[in-house]
Design a protein around this ligand. Structure first.
Ligand code: IVH
Length: 668
């Protein structure tokens, strides 16, 4: 009996997945909607009655229903790299010449650059097991529950193989305009473009929401082609298509640069009539052996580029110039524009950077100005159309007082920016709080810009320590409209977890002027503890390779300020970690999770620094060689450790090997 039911479940699954494939991948349905619904109902009923027959990749999962309470992290087995952008024919020619100079005669595959977000999809024995976002390229987020609702992505492949494929998750244009219409009726904020809408939809905890968002896929990358005996990228695309993936029919194999340019011209023209957004053309070397030989830099493959379509320019009116105060007190003039659509997004504001920038462009309030936007680049005011002036335009006048707290602004000699110097200025606080919680700083999931603003305005968070006191307001928060019980619990957990962050995150989060995430990492790696950093003089700091006199001055003055010392003291008492934990988020297959021993002198870098770099990639450095050691780095005049490594058959790197790896990683 059960066997019969199992057989029927299998039959129904096959019918429904085939129908899905025909409808969503081939756009050529053979089943009517009524027939589809009938089979789907039958399968649902069977699964309800015999839950043991309900597979995690059943077509019934397409409608969503699975709700998760937070996104798990997934480490990509091979990093998901991005492509270097090029903007004109010369740069495409340079790319081609570079490859030819390396002794190759390349053919290329031209593809459309889809404006969505990239995803990685794993199949085992032909069944979809996980879907992940790109994240920072090394670690992404598990979005399996939502990915299963994307109808063009097969839940089962045509062959029962293990495979990972990568591609773009996107929202078709028509789906976005319908979604925005619905949102306008409900008075919800509109999505600015297809990419934002796709990204917002895939990051839903409740897969029912994602299921209703009409997401789609184009699959364009096979990370392990050698596992399937595939020799060219074009073959890989065919292979993935034959497995049931949606592969873009526009992809084209071309012989040379003329073929590339023709493809670009053709799609620059066809672009507006496509049913989805593209922002350029991706050009990939076809031969996979050639790709391997060309290799990667730390950020990009050397065998592919992304040509970005030129920025679109439109005219609009500059109705006002208003001023905002950043977290360091910097005052920025902003253009307020009559809303215009450029490249699919509505532009109402654009930064004007500083007083000099506005004066150089000679902008007047009331001017007709041209606006430019390229892909995801921030919109920019190009110039005022002088010939359109009516005489009613008003001159731009730089303000003298902070627009928020009224304090007098100051401008340092030789610099262009004005600053509000009042450390208690509310505007500085809110921006500073948003920065503190942001992804590259303390990375507190659930404390995004809007929520920090809400909590600030409601009086729950006025200062950084208030974040760590939010627990006291748990009840009040859970009663707030729009914040469920569970989401507040998750938030409090994320806040607690952030206490364990490595020092560089805290250091970056403090918002010391000029200290970006990279400099924060350099400082944390070098000084190991915040106390050690705080006791340095400007001279000490300047002796570090990456720290110039301005940064050294900013760091010392920040820690001299009593309010800041008190802040650090309070955070320490609240239990925040103030030490470098050596577990940066960087990844390299030869370093991450591997155990290293350094022996002898390496000429280009001190041992501490080498160990710091290893640790920042998640490797471990130790003082003695054992059978657990993976690599021994042997410099000039090594000790007995080198002999021991040889005895144990452990891999040995000489200075040259280490240098070439560090050079590739941009660490020397
Ligand atoms: S190939 C190693 N192909 O553009 C190869 N990317 O910076 C990785 N994208 O992150 C990507 N269309 O999100 C590739 N046909 C296409 C693409 C494409 C869009 C996105 C992708 C990637 C970014 C490149």
């Amino acid at each position: 009996m059960l066997e019969e039911k199992r057989k029927r479940v299998k039959e129904l699954t096959e019918i429904l997945e085939k129908a899905n494939y025909e409808y969503y991948v081939l756009a050529d349905p053979t089943l009517t909607d009524q027939e589809f619904d009938k089979y789907m109902r039958e399968l649902e009923e069977l699964e309800n009655e015999y839950p043991e027959l309900a597979s995690p990749t059943s077509p019934t999962k397409r409608v969503g229903g699975e709700v998760i309470d937070k996104f798990q992290k997934i480490r990509h087995s091979i990093p998901m790299l991005s492509l270097p952008d090029v903007f004109n024919e010369d740069e495409i020619r340079e790319f081609d010449e570079r490859i030819r100079k390396a002794g190759f005669e390349p053919e290329y595959v031209c593809e459309l650059k889809i404006d969505g977000l990239s995803g990685s999809f794993h199949y085992e024995d032909g069944e979809l097991v996980t879907g992940a976002t790109r994240g920072d390229g090394v670690v992404g987020e598990d979005i399996t529950h939502n990915v299963k609702t994307i109808r063009s992505l097969p839940l089962r492949l045509k062959e029962n193989i293990d495979i990972e494929v990568r591609g773009e998750i996107y929202m078709p244009r028509k789906v976005l305009s319908k979604l925005n219409q619905e949102r306008a009726e409900l008075d919800l904020p509109l999505f600015q473009n297809c990419r934002n809408a796709a990204a917002g939809s895939i990051r839903q905890l409740d897969s029912k929401i994602a299921a209703g968002r009409g997401l789609d896929t184009w699959i364009y990358h096979l990370p392990n082609p050698e596992d399937y005996g595939i020799k060219t990228h074009y073959e890989a695309l065919e292979f993935m298509k034959n497995l049931g993936f949606k592969v873009n029919p526009a992809n084209r194999l071309v012989k040379d640069i003329d073929g590339i340019l023709k493809f670009i011209d053709e799609y620059a023209e066809k672009r507006s009539s496509l049913t989805y957004d593209i922002d350029g053309v991706v050009i990939k070397v076809n031969d996979l052996e050639m790709q391997d030989a060309l290799g990667f830099t730390s950020k990009h493959p050397r065998w592919a580029i992304a040509y970005k379509f030129p920025a679109e320019e439109v005219l609009t009116k500059l109705t006002d110039i208003i001023f905002t105060v950043g977290r360091t007190g910097r005052i920025t003039p902003n253009a307020v524009l009559e809303p215009v659509i450029v490249m699919g997004s509505t532009i109402k504001r654009a930064t004007l950077h500083n007083e000099d920038y506005v004066l150089e462009k000679g902008l007047k309030i009331g001017d007709i100005v041209s606006i430019r936007k390229a892909g995801d680049v921030i919109p920019e005011v190009v110039e005022a159309k002088i010939e359109r002036r009516t005489g009613n335009e008003k001159d731009f006048i730089m303000i003298k007082n902070c627009p928020i707290c009224g304090s007098e602004l100051s401008k340092k000699k030789g610099q262009v920016d004005y600053f509000c110097m009042n450390p208690k200025c509310p505007a500085r606080h809110i921006e500073g709080l948003i920065h503190f919680c942001s992804r590259k700083a303390m990375n507190i999931d659930g404390l995004g810009e809007r929520i920090v603003e809400d909590f600030f305005n409601l009086g729950f968070i006025k200062t950084i320590p208030d974040i760590y006191h939010l627990e006291i307001h748990k009840k009040d928060l859970q009663e707030l409209e729009g914040y469920g019980k569970k989401s507040i619990e998750n938030l409090l957990e994320a806040i607690e977890t952030s206490k364990k962050n490595s020092l560089e995150r805290l250091l970056f989060g403090l918002g010391i002027e000029g200290i970006g995430d990279k400099t924060a990492l350099v400082l944390a790696r070098h000084f190991k503890t915040l106390d050690a950093l705080m006791s340095q003089t400007e001279e000490d700091l300047k002796s570090l390779k990456d720290i110039g006199p301005i940064l050294a001055h900013n760091i010392v003055s920040y820690f001299q300020y009593v309010d800041n010392q008190e802040l650090i003291h309070t955070l320490k008492e609240l239990g925040l970690n103030m030490n470098f934990l050596g577990s940066g988020e960087k990844y390299h297959e030869l370093i991450t999770d591997k155990r290293f021993v350094v022996t002898g002198t390496i000429s280009f870098m001190g041992r501490d620094e080498i160990e710091g770099v290893i640790e920042s990639y998640g490797g471990h450095a130790s003082g003695s060689v054992s059978s657990k050691t993976n690599v021994v780095i042997v410099g000039e005049k090594p000790g007995s450790k080198a002999d021991k490594a040889r005895e144990l058959g452990i891999e040995i790197w000489d200075e040259g090997r280490l240098y070439s790896l560090f050079e590739e990683l941009g660490e020397v």
